[in-house]
Design a protein around this ligand. Structure first.
Ligand SMILES: Cc1cc2nc3c(=O)[nH]c(=O)nc-3n(C[C@H](O)[C@H](O)[C@H](O)COP(=O)(O)OP(=O)(O)OC[C@H]3O[C@@H](n4cnc5c(N)ncnc54)[C@H](O)[C@@H]3O)c2cc1C
Length: 470
């Protein structure tokens, strides 16, 4: 039986990166990989984020990746473009680089470091004891290792065989990604609707079409077909534009799950084996690479006996919260790209929050205006038309009487509160809340927030005047 200090199941981005980290530290590591090469059966990650490029730079290999991709100083969040040009790093950009290129370059580095990769071999099971792990392979062979790391993707056999729970959220949408030909000219561009994000783009050869279309999620499993694609296109655009000759079609969902533990004894998880989520935001590959960088040196020190085994517990402690944050923000991004009424409402709420227009001080029960900022309505007064905000220029309280003139006696507050009789024909519309009934009178504080609103005969008005104006 061949022995290694560490065996890694899976030679995707996470497995390759981990192997590189361990080899750099002088640890005897081997990868078992099902695929014959780093070729992928469809496109996956399209880019690297700053920290990923930084860790490649820390190992002196960033240029290998930079020379094959293109940089942009814009990162995306749910369809919004964020300028990251002023981030304090030498790599203040996103590197556009297809995952297949990333894996090819990384695999070449790992090979230079002398890591053996058993290609077209599959891990089928393992048994761990106190002193090591027996790793079973598909061809009946087995390996012996001090530690086994599952970098075997979202459907991880290692995670399942270790009995590690994978709690989270079931899929709600399913997307088809494809490269096809169409006999009719489609509607090019991106659209957001109540299903999710749809996009049709002309590819470089001017003939083929790259597309993403959201299909109704009905628990689909198995390989997507041209028929599935045609049905999804018709459901969104009313036609399949004569779709034919697919180069490839792939399916992914927004299933969001995270391993309850990244370690069980001598078995550890990294990358998609530890967390899966919708690809929006381009985080998965980057997250897995960072898992590997966090785990690599710790595992090396434990294997070499430099550090006690409990150093490995800091891997879960540090990386699980990072993964959990990505899962949460990815779900938020997925929700925000949908164009249904609930998401419109959420977008409005967030816009109101960001703008500061939704601030509500708790001044008790009453008219919806109470504690909220007074809208800048157009008023008609005896002195002519004016805006509410013009009444606040001197930062003094204003009692705005919108009913019969002369209904108020504010003599105890004369000189401190300005009484204005006015009419307002406009709609009283508040951010998030929408239209509210016009009050008969409003007491506005110097900061523009409503201290009281309602019927002038209301006994609470003198209290409000005293409370806020002395
Ligand atoms: C459509 C799409 C777009 C994406 N876009 C982005 C993006 O823009 N940015 C981003 O960061 N991420 C993106 N991702 C996510 C990214 O592709 C994954 O997060 C990344 O591939 C995970 O790397 P990994 O090494 O953990 O797992 P994988 O890439 O899944 O690699 C696992 C490896 O293990 C092998 N394997 C599996 N089981 C066994 C076994 N039993 N024995 C031996 N070998 C085994 C597999 O063959 C594979 O090579 C996208 C994903 C999809 C589907």
């Amino acid at each position: 039986m061949t022995e290694h200090a560490v065996v890694i199941a899976g030679g995707g981005p996470a497995g390759l990166m981990l192997a590189g980290e361990l080899a750099l530290a002088g640890v005897d590591v081997a990868i078992v990989e099902r695929r014959a090469s780093q070729e992928l059966d469809g496109p996956r990650a399209r880019g690297l984020h700053s920290r990923t490029i930084e860790v490649l730079d820390q190992h002196g290999i960033a240029d290998r990746f930079l020379s094959e991709g293109q940089t942009t100083q814009r990162a995306g969040f749910s369809g919004f473009l964020l300028d990251i040009g002023d981030l304090p790093t030498r790599h203040n950009y996103v590197l556009a680089l297809p995952q297949s290129h990333f894996e090819r370059i990384l695999a070449a580095w790992v090979s230079e470091l002398g890591v053996p990769i058993a290609r077209e071999h599959e891990v089928t099971g393992f048994a761990q004891g106190e002193n090591g792990v027996n790793v079973e392979l598909s061809d009946g062979l087995s390996l012996r290792a001090d530690y086994l790391v599952g970098c075997d993707g979202g459907r991880s056999l290692i995670r399942k065989a270790a009995g590690i729970e994978f709690p989270g959220w079931d899929p709600s949408v399913s997307s088809l990604l494809a490269e096809v030909e169409m006999s009719e000219e489609p509607q090019w561009g991106i659209r957001y609707d109540d299903r999710g994000t749809q996009a049709l783009g002309r590819l470089e050869d001017g003939k083929r079409v790259g597309l993403v279309v959201t299909e109704r999620y009905t628990g689909q499993t198995g390989e997507p077909t041209l028929g599935d694609l045609s049905r999804a296109l018709i459901a969104v655009w009313g036609t399949d534009y004569g779709v034919h000759s697919p180069t490839w079609i792939s399916r992914f969902t927004d299933m969001t799950r995270q391993a309850a533990s990244y370690r069980k004894g001598r078995v550890l998880l990294a990358g998609d084996a530890a967390h899966v989520h919708y690809p929006v935001g381009g985080q998965g590959l980057n997250l897995g690479v960072q898992d590997a960088v966090n785990l690599g040196w710790k595992l090396a020190q434990v294997v070499k006996g430099t550090s006690p085994e409990d150093l490995l517990d800091t891997y879960h402690a540090e990386r699980h919260p990072v993964g959990a944050r990505v899962l949460r923000t990815t779900m938020a991004q997925t929700a925000l790209t949908r164009g249904d009424a609930r998401m419109d409402a959420l977008r409005k709420r967030i816009a109101a929050m960001i703008s500061g227009l939704d601030i509500h001080y708790d001044l008790g029960e009453g008219h919806p205006l109470l504690g909220r900022r007074m809208p800048d309505l157009d008023l008609v007064t005896a002195d002519g038309p004016l805006r509410v905000f013009s009444l606040l220029h001197q930062a003094r309280p204003v009692l705005l009487n919108l009913g019969e003139p002369g209904r108020f006696d504010i003599s105890p507050w004369a000189g401190r509160v300005r009484l204005v009789d006015a009419e307002s024909a406009g709609r009283w519309e508040l951010p998030v809340l929408g239209e509210v009934t016009a009050p008969a009178a409003v007491l506005i504080r110097p900061d523009g927030y409503v201290a009281w609103a309602g019927d002038p005969t209301h006994q609470v008005l003198p209290d409000a005047l005293t409370a806020w104006s002395g």
